[in-house]
Design a protein around this ligand. Structure first.
Ligand code: GDP
Ligand code: MG
Length: 288
């Protein structure tokens, strides 16, 4: 095993010692004490809509010991989502009105923060994303490497298509993700993943109540994370495509794609001062 010298003096030739060089490195590489990490609370949130047949499977795959509490928010499902979730012993919140995917996430995050989450991982209860990765995604937050971690569904083209991703979804995803990476200065594999982990500061900073109640909430959220300077990373996440796991019709996906391009325009228009968007302002931080 390699050991690091504890001698912090400058060497005889005037070059900085190893300790001095290491202390100047990015805080990214700072060692966080294990006790500090263990004291943190991780909550998984599940925005649910008609998920009675898949909740249990999604839940069972979350590795024991990685999550302190699971909150399922039901958006007025017409099936037995609430009864099934209750029978599994997780926290269940019922929204009074069907508000949409974005509205559901707002409720998820509000409750997670109220219940003391330091880290929040969103897992769709439709058994689409591999929930075995919940703890691994959160570990990147715990180590201080990222503030936001996305599960990337597209490790390779072949894997995505052979895994059942529809070709039109794949093509649209590649185009949108490329445009977003360039526009937002990122290098992410999949901007449209539904498997996401956040540290508390992200959810406290981003004014999510200003966001859409529909699917474009997700795109707004990532543009806001970039705007507020949070570090976004990704891990590959295997996905399954089957009827219950993928129900958004083509027309809504087109609306979502156009909405995403609108978000990028809004991001830039706000940055250059053409507009003053409340989505890119924060009461505590002030505008940047
Ligand atoms: N609240 C709400 N959630 C929805 C609605 N339609 C889909 N969802 C949720 O949005 C998530 C993504 O939808 P899904 O059909 O799985 O999309 P895909 O996996 O991207 O093809 C799922 O977790 C659903 O529960 C809706 O009309 N209202
Ligand atoms: Mg799905």
């Amino acid at each position: 095993m390699t050991s690091i010298t504890t001698d912090s003096s400058t060497t005889a030739r005037g070059t900085p010692s190893t300790d001095e060089q290491l202390s100047r490195l990015e805080p990214l590489l700072t060692t966080i004490p294990q006790a500090e990490i263990k004291a943190k609370r991780t909550i998984a949130v599940m925005p649910a809509y008609n998920a009675e047949s898949t909740i249990e499977r999604t839940l069972c795959d979350i590795p024991v010991g990685t999550i302190d509490e699971v909150i399922l928010v039901d958006d007025c499902s017409s099936d037995r989502t609430v009864e099934v979730a209750r029978s599994l012993g997780i926290t269940v919140i019922e929204r009074e009105q069907n508000g949409g995917y974005g509205a559901n996430q707002k409720t998820c995050y509000r409750h997670a923060l109220e219940r003391g989450a330091d880290y929040v991982v969103m897992i769709h209860p439709d058994f689409q994303y591999d929930s075995r990765l919940a703890g691994i995604a959160v570990d990147f937050l715990k180590l201080g490497i990222c503030d936001v971690v996305l599960g990337s569904r597209i490790r390779t083209r072949r894997e995505a298509l052979e895994g059942g991703m529809p070709v039109w979804k794949y093509v649209a995803n590649r185009i949108l993700t490329t445009v977003e990476n360039i526009a937002l200065g990122q290098n992410l594999g999949d901007f449209h993943s539904g498997f996401r982990a956040y540290s508390r500061a992200v959810l406290e900073t981003i004014p999510i109540e200003e966001n859409s109640d529909d699917f474009v909430f997700d795109s707004q959220f990532l543009a806001q994370a970039v705007h507020f300077g949070f570090r976004i990373g990704d891990v590959p996440v295997p996905v399954r495509y089957f009827e219950e796991a993928s129900s958004i019709p083509f027309r809504r996906c087109v609306t979502y794609g156009c909405g995403t391009l609108g978000v990028l325009s809004e991001f830039y228009a706000h940055r250059v001062g053409l507009i003053n968007s409340p989505r890119f302002q924060n009461a505590t931080l002030g505008d940047d």
